[in-house]
Design a protein around this ligand. Structure first.
Ligand code: HEC
Ligand code: HEC
Length: 245
């Protein structure tokens, strides 16, 4: 048995990612703060007309993080729940006109996630979402470029912890955008311990992930590339969660 095949404890995966039939068993997602927007919270400060850009952004960052976890886990129930929140977002009643195309693109991507019925479609929608964040940030300013982009990235222990850290860096590279963070994440993913397996379709997914990471490392941050990568994470996790339990 190869390393990953030994590490492939289905029950562990189920514990960590949650079986499809039991939404409550997903600690990663369900322990999150509920997706209640600050803008929808009771108005304690009636004089404050609109939430600041910073408040909107932390809502979006939190929702995007929840969507990423749902996509990576291959949990369509959660993908649909989170993307419905993003798709119905009104942002602000008096949105700056030059923000409109970007907010429209963001909602369109969330709508695609809401419609997604395959890991490829869900991954692609998430990549599209990241690209929409990025387009607005490039035009109107966004988060400061990641402080982690200078070599502080460590993968933790175990190939899946490395995959998680690599995906996080690639996501930051995409939505910020930061070429340094993107490249660092892609290189970490490409050099992660091989996800080999005796089971052919799992081995194929492992090789596919490495090829996609190598491609990504050679290029700029791109939503479609990121989307194919998370779709591959998702396909493998789903492949395991369909085990009887
Ligand atoms: C319509 C334009 C627009 C879109 C779309 C957009 N952002 Fe932003 N974002 C901004 C602007 C402008 C800032 C800078 C705000 C500031 O400095 O107060 C920002 C800042 C941020 C910050 C830093 C916030 C802080 O407190 O410093 C984060 C994180 C962020 N965006 C995440 C996202 C994510 C994730 C998405 C996509 C799901 C997204 N943004 C989509 C315009 C946008
Ligand atoms: C070839 C199959 C396969 C692929 C591809 C795959 N994973 Fe996993 N993943 C697993 C298995 C099996 C487990 C549970 C056992 C373990 O942790 O090693 C797991 C568990 C995890 C966990 C929970 C464990 C932890 O250490 O936090 C995370 C997070 C994770 N994977 C992230 C990712 C990400 C992100 C990707 C894509 C960049 C990815 N995985 C791609 C098979 C895969």
């Amino acid at each position: 048995m190869t390393a990953i095949a030994c590490a492939l404890s289905t029950s562990l995966l189920l514990t960590l990612l949650g079986p499809c039939s039991e939404p409550a068993a997903s600690p990663d997602v369900s322990t999150e703060k509920p997706l209640v927007r600050s803008s929808e919270a009771p108005r304690e400060l009636p004089q404050q007309q609109t939430p600041t850009a910073g408040t909107f952004m932390s809502d979006h960052a939190r929702e995007a993080a929840a969507l990423r976890r749902a996509v990576i886990a291959g949990r369509f129930d959660l993908i649909h729940r989170v993307s419905a929140v993003i798709a119905s977002d009104t942002w602000s009643s008096n949105l700056r006109p030059d923000y409109v195309p970007h907010v429209t693109a963001l909602r369109r991507a969330a709508g695609a996630a809401l419609d997604a019925r395959s890991t490829q479609a869900a991954g692609a929608a998430l990549g599209e979402l990241g690209a929409a964040c990025s387009a607005c940030h490039r035009e109107h300013g966004g988060p400061p470029v990641s402080t982690r982009s200078e070599g502080a990235l460590t993968g933790g222990v175990g190939s899946m912890a490395i995959h998680g850290a690599a995906e996080q860096a690639m996501w930051e590279g995409l939505f910020t955008p930061s070429e340094a963070s993107w490249k660092q994440g892609a290189e970490l993913l490409a050099s992660a311990p091989e996800l080999a397996s005796d089971i052919e379709d799992i081995a194929v997914l492992g090789r596919q992930l490495r090829d996609l990471a190598l491609d990504a490392a050679a290029g700029k941050p791109r939503g479609d590339r990121y989307g194919s990568i998370v779709a591959t994470c998702s396909s493998c996790h789903r492949r395991f969660s369909i085990e009887p339990h």
